[in-house]
Design a protein around this ligand. Structure first.
Ligand code: FES
Length: 151
């Protein structure tokens, strides 16, 4: 059992406390925008969500450690300036990496509205389709517009 807020909504997961947040979100809350890429080993970033304002790998977080946490998934970022910038830059191919990328960058922009290139390069999220240059342009578009408001 674990209670938390997800995209502004109070949710109670009646699951084993060891259940990874990734699977609680996907299977119990039907928030399937969050993806598993690397098999839950914490290496690919596809499962990134925002937990209490910071990017977090949902495949590595047991829900039992998240009592009272505030979680944002890609579904909660539909109107985020970054999402709109990604659309404007046509920075989407297969889309599999995009939910995790969007959450990771949205958290970064909250903490650092004009991130340095090194901060962007340090993100674990990579696009296997080769969209990295467009993803970077989307970040620059939002950073150039100033700090995004939380959505
Ligand atoms: Fe790859 Fe979580 S699924 S880091």
């Amino acid at each position: 059992m674990a209670r938390m807020r997800v995209n502004g909504q109070a949710l109670e997961f009646a699951l084993d406390p060891a259940t990874p947040l990734l699977w609680a979100l996907r299977d119990a809350a039907n928030l399937t925008g969050t993806k598993q890429g690397c098999g839950g080993t914490g290496q690919c970033g596809a499962c990134t969500v925002i937990v209490d304002g910071s990017a977090a790998l949902s495949c590595t977080l047991a829900i039992g450690t998240l009592e009272g946490a505030d979680v944002t998934t890609i579904e909660g970022l539909a109107n985020h300036p970054l999402t709109l910038a990604l659309i404007a830059e046509d920075a989407i191919q297969c889309g599999f990496c995009l939910p995790g990328f969007t959450c990771a960058v949205a958290a970064l922009l909250q903490q650092s509205p004009r991130p340095a290139a090194e901060q962007i390069d340090a993100l674990p999220n990579r696009c296997a389709c080769g969209m990295q240059p467009r993803l970077r342009r989307a970040i620059e578009r939002v950073a150039g517009a100033g700090a995004p408001e939380p959505s």
